[in-house]
Design a protein around this ligand. Sequence first.
Ligand SMILES: Cc1cc2nc3c(=O)[nH]c(=O)nc-3n(C[C@H](O)[C@H](O)[C@H](O)COP(=O)(O)O)c2cc1C
Length: 191
Amino acid sequence: MSTRTLGLIGSAAGGLERIRPALIEPAIARGWQVAVTLTPTAGTWLEATGEIEQIEKVTGQPCRVSPRLPSEPSPHPPIDCYLVCPASSNTVAKLALGLADNQALTSVCEAIGGQVVPVVVFPRINAAHARQPAWNSHIEGLRSAGVHLLMGNEYWPLHEPRSAPGKDLPWAKILDAVDVIVPGQGVSSSD
Ligand SMILES: Cc1cc2nc3c(=O)[nH]c(=O)nc-3n(C[C@H](O)[C@H](O)[C@H](O)COP(=O)(O)O)c2cc1C
């Protein structure tokens, strides 16, 4: 029986197409229940490939893209840890600024401010994204708010745009980091 729930947030960046086999199924095998929320663009990408249906099948949870109606209850269980992976440069910037104009950002912005549920972010970016003048201040802001950023050569060496990195995302390393932050047998906190 799962004792921890991972709120997996997917944005429109490389690796999104592999989150079910590479992240969700291994997380379930490690004892996590997984509740997935996608940004609107990520939702269109995975809808087009039929992956949303597959994700709902393996997680047993609705894959959220749109916000609920005020009259509807929250469709996901309480979350023990948010993992934003892959995080596009756009989603990282919006999180740093507290912009919550979609369901994925709404959940994570609230967790960052709530300071109860840990937030882990894997930015899947290239060297041009990192040279954007606001990038460093976004990262510093998120770090000072306690967000766990999985960055640097050990996670994702930066490549120039349109020069394929030729490697997969470090999925197991990302899950290892989440497992350290919220070890098994954790107690659920409400979202
Ligand atoms: C095929 C394709 C691949 C992309 N890969 C990335 C990526 O790896 N990292 C990134 O930051 N943006 C990437 N982008 C750009 C984002 O999809 C774009 O900035 C989008 O607005 C992000 O939306 P979201 O953050 O709301 O999901 C890619 C776009 C396309 C069309």
